[in-house]
Write a protein that binds this ligand. Structure first.
Ligand code: ADP
Ligand SMILES: Cc1ncc(COP(=O)(O)OP(=O)(O)O)c(N)n1
Length: 265
């Protein structure tokens, strides 16, 4: 049997298991990839919000990147919460030879700040010009551009930094806006799931795109396929009742596998 493609997720942890590395590794595994990881921050987080953030020192993030890249054939890098401008610069310097999908995490849905002004500047000047794709939501696109335009305008403006961009349309919108450098944005429309169990959608979406690229697909295939994956997982968790806040998008598979239990004597 051939080995799966390897995707390196560089991101923070969510103790509630909805967003961050929990979402990344579950999504990568579900989509046929081996997920390696470098932890950038530990958050005390649940469905109601972020209660504490502990950034991992740059040297410890660096050691994790070195260990993975020296040993595993990484095809694609996916970044989530990087936490500090030093870690944004580190990723830009150390991993620029690989395709990078950047989810520029600046805030959680609850409003908690996961990246400050220095982090925004480091994304704009260091990482986005070296990235393959960035996947900001509308608030993150506004913070990165300093503008208050439409999702299409912001996608096109951000793409001028040198990478492809998808401005995601959570909330009421059922479209994501995709732009390549120098071109206008176009919409990828998809079905909207009516649910409040949507914590972790951004991480799941970006990881699913990274898995699509690692499996050999182009962006214009990987992006709508990732949106379809998110829609499917939101449908699985639509009626769940987990936690007191915005519940997790499903990271389970749609089938409940029990065959391994039946084989146990
Ligand atoms: N209720 C929903 N139904 C279907 N797709 C959704 C829904 N909410 C978000 N998405 C999709 O999930 C992906 C991540 O978007 P978004 O939720 O905006 O990211 P973030 O979690 O970073 O704010 C996008 O493809 C977006 O269109
Ligand atoms: C540790 C950590 N990383 C990223 C996020 C943001 O998650 P995302 O899926 O982009 O968005 P929300 O689910 O918060 O809307 C996070 N909360 N924690």
């Amino acid at each position: 049997m051939s080995s799966p493609p390897v995707v390196l997720a560089v991101a923070g942890t969510d103790s509630g298991g909805a967003a961050g590395l929990a979402a990344d590794l579950a999504t990568l595994g579900a989509l046929g990839c081996h997920g390696a990881c470098a932890v950038t921050a530990v958050t005390a987080q649940d469905t109601t919000g972020v209660h504490g953030i502990h950034p991992v020192p740059r040297a410890v993030v660096s050691a994790q990147l070195d260990a993975v890249v020296a040993d595993l054939p990484v095809s694609v890098v996916k970044t989530g919460m990087l936490g500090t401008s030093a870690v944004v610069r580190l990723v830009a310097e150390r991993l620029a030879h690989l395709p990078i999908v950047v989810d520029p995490v600046l805030a959680a849905t609850s409003g908690a700040v996961l990246g400050d002004g220095d982090v925004v500047r480091a994304y704009v000047t260091q990482l986005l010009p070296r990235a393959t794709l960035a996947t900001p939501n509308l608030d993150e696109a506004r913070a990165l551009t300093g503008l208050d335009g439409s999702p299409a305008e912001l996608a096109a403006r951000l793409a001028d930094l040198g990478c492809a961009v998808v401005v995601t349309g959570g909330g009421e919108a059922a479209a994501d806006w995709f732009a390549l450098p120098g071109g206008p944005a176009r919409a990828f429309e998809h079905v909207r799931v009516d649910t409040s169990n949507d914590h972790g959608t951004g991480c799941t979406f970006a990881s699913a795109i990274a898995a699509g690229l690692a499996n050999g697909h182009e962006l214009d295939v990987a992006i709508p396929a990732a949106a379809a994956f998110v829609t499917g997982q939101l449908t699985v968790s639509r009626d769940w009742d987990l936690g007191r806040g915005r519940g997790p998008i499903a990271h389970t598979t749609t089938t409940n596998r029990t065959d391994h239990l039946e084989e146990t004597p």
